[in-house]
Design a protein around this ligand. Structure first.
Ligand code: UDP
Length: 363
């Protein structure tokens, strides 16, 4: 079976790192990688390929930036050209980015079966670009690899059920388990960790459009993180989109002494930071789960989350960024807490299960 995997953005590189290795070990599967170029620089792309042993992309379309329609449209045209000439037996897609949707549409129109990893996740907020991308991708997919029972139930409600849907667990859990060992086997601890000289700290990431594109929300977040950094150090690996808006709005988070503004981290550094932190503050999907993998309390700066089991079990708290005071109070409440013992993301063998299903050997 010839598979073309399509990636484009940071979380997809991490998921591909877990699954590509497994696919390339499977007999009967030949995988090639297409990078749309959505994320392209050292911090957002190259470091993941280098550190996580992801094979070099066979194609890089170099398409990034612009409005959603222009970006998705250009990716669609570029992917279609590759798929039409290569005629793979399947196209493998991850998550919910514009690259995911472009790959799904290109493959579906060429009648190439689509495998969607992270199928069935829903925020039920259609204003999120990610929600539109994931719903549409699920509805043209042939194999739907759902991470959780909740994701399977979401698909059932939309009329997608039966043999196409496989609850396999979460490939990000596989990645976290495997790469934790790789990270700790490195000689040196991350620079951001050494700089703290053993002081307790919180790690924070912000990049969702609903926060970066809304000045009132971003102001509330920046001001709450600055206030928190007076009580406990805050390490803030800043996404390029967030960095640009912070600077456009004149929000100088670097001026807060305990707030350590750093470039986006490589995955190995990032998971080490999460493991050592007292708490995680984020609007990222992946980072919410990693907080849980490492038994850290998490405050999620959103109105809703796809990972509802973490909120229900008490590991995660939703804190819509409506005011700096409400956020600060959510941070103070969450620090030092834990949640119920749950294991919703499988056994760390999602990649193996997906590879076996795709190669026709069964779950
Ligand atoms: N991540 C990283 N460096 C950072 C911030 C995040 O390696 O500076 C990793 C993080 O550990 C997680 C993934 O990126 O595995 C999450 O990606 P992101 O937050 O960009 O997207 P989302 O998960 O929200 O789709």
């Amino acid at each position: 079976m010839n598979v073309i995997t399509i990636v484009g953005a940071r979380p997809q590189f991490i998921k591909a790192a877990a699954l590509s290795a497994e696919l390339r070990r499977s007999t009967g599967i030949q995988e090639r990688l297409l990078h749309t170029g959505q994320h392209f620089d050292e911090n957002m792309s190259n470091v993941f390929f280098r550190e996580l042993g992801i094979p070099a992309p066979d194609w890089n379309l170099g398409i990034s930036g612009g409005l959603h329609g222009a970006m998705t449209g250009a990716q669609l045209a570029g992917i279609e050209k590759v798929l039409a000439s290569e005629k793979p037996d399947a196209v493998l897609l991850y998550g919910d980015t514009n690259s995911t949707l472009a790959g799904a549409l290109a493959a579906a129109k060429l009648h190439i079966p689509v495998a969607h990893v992270e199928a069935g996740l829903r925020s039920f907020n259609r204003r999120m670009p990610e929600e539109v991308n994931r719903v549409l991708t699920d509805h043209v997919s042939h194999w739907l690899f759902a991470p959780t029972a909740m994701a399977v139930a979401n698909l059932e409600r939309e009329g997608i059920a039966g043999g196409q849907v496989h609850q396999v667990g979460d490939v990000m859990y596989d990645a976290a388990l495997y790469f934790c060992a790789v990270a700790s086997a490195r000689g040196e601890r991350p620079l951001a960790l050494r700089a703290l000289a053993g002081r307790p700290f919180v790690v924070a990431t912000i990049h969702r459009a609903e926060n970066t594109d809304d000045p009132a929300r971003l102001r509330a977040i920046a001001s709450a993180l600055m206030a928190l950094s007076g009580e406990i150090d805050v390490v803030f690996p800043c996404h390029p989109r967030t960095r640009d808006v912070l600077s456009r709005l004149g929000l100088d988070v670097k001026s807060a002494r305990g707030l350590h503004y750093v470039e986006p981290l490589g995955y190995l550094d990032m998971i080490e930071m999460e493991q050592s932190a007292q708490m995680v503050v984020t609007d990222s999907g992946g980072v919410q789960k990693e907080a849980f993998f490492f038994s850290k309390p998490c405050v999620t700066l959103r109105d809703e989350t796809e990972w509802v089991e973490l909120v229900e079990s008490g590991w995660n708290r939703l804190a819509p960024p409506t005011s700096s005071d409400s956020l600060l109070s959510a941070f103070r409440t969450a620090l030092g807490t834990t949640g119920a013992p749950i294991q919703p993301y499988g056994e760390g063998d999602a990649a193996d299960r997906i590879a076996r299903i795709l190669s026709g050997a069964g779950a």
